[in-house]
Ligand binder design. Sequence first.
Ligand code: F6P
Length: 364
Amino acid sequence: MAKIRRIGILTSGGDCPGLNAAIRGVAKPLLEEGVQIIGIQDGFRGLVENRTMQLGPRETSGLLVEGGTILGTSRFKPHKYPDRNGGFEDRTKDAVENYHKMRLDALVCIGGGGTHKNAFQLYQNGIPHIVTLPKTIDNDVFGTDVTFGYDTGMSIACDAIDRLHTTASSHHRCMLVDVMGHNTGWLAMGAGIAGGADVILIPEFPFSLDRVVDALIERERRNKRFSIVVVAEGAHSLEEADLRKDMDKKDLKDRDRAYCDSLSHDLARIIEDRVKIETRITTLGHLQRGGIPTARDRVLASRMGTLAADQILRREFGVMVAERNNLIVPVPLDEVVGKKKYITPDNGLVRTASRLGVSLGRPR
Ligand code: F6P
């Protein structure tokens, strides 16, 4: 069986702390085996445009604590690639040709749900030697208990919420914290519970405005000095969910963008009017994706990266490296592609929030 001599690595989608730790985890064991590591720049864009950088011992040392990705990233898709006329074209052929021009024996793709879809397309169309790693602060990649990036994103958001407690208490205010998580509420739920939020609103559970207002009025009745409301950027009301039922994809996308941009502001005004408490908004945005990874994310990224290296040395491809019950295991790509991991009503975090008296805005 031919020896593995050169492999490519790319990082794609929204960046997150831990990406460089994962690159290091893949590279170090393979460099020890004399395998050359080719870094492909800016995600799948670099594969289509043949833009690479050598990743030797020098380039991969010190990566463990470096945030972001030294390779750069993008949300480009080979099979739906922007053309010069503002449209899209299929550039899968160029990606596959460049893979062979680079003389690669395998490709590691590190990313979220979209990255796994792109990787699976390439896996089915000319690049069979693919291994993927699941990253995102959203923790919404199906098939793995957790993604690296999630612990750091949650810790950043929790630190912000901790800080907001003191100013909220000083001013007797309601602080509304807008966190990332367009499709799922893992980040909002984790940071909200860790940060002692009183209300947590997530995309999976369309909220009743009356229930949110009642929960905050009840806190006032109990003479609580302040309230903290954590809102995932993709959360929406029951009325909004109703409106969306009959919308087509394009209308839904346009409406979703406008609704998400104004949700926190509209909610803050309603809380001020109906709960009679001064309300202020903090939008954490890309802060949750910045800076150095937590120890937990460094360990997880290293565990996943080194298993990816072993998968390649064993020539076992077509898999995503996942964490399941604290074990790092390969999962067939076709089992995870095109799915998201949502918070369900029976999830332990939902039960914990409820037992703590946190309102999720759910109708009775
Ligand atoms: O996918 C991770 C994420 O941070 C989401 O939580 C967020 O909605 C999105 O990326 C933001 O994307 P961009 O960085 O392209 O604006």
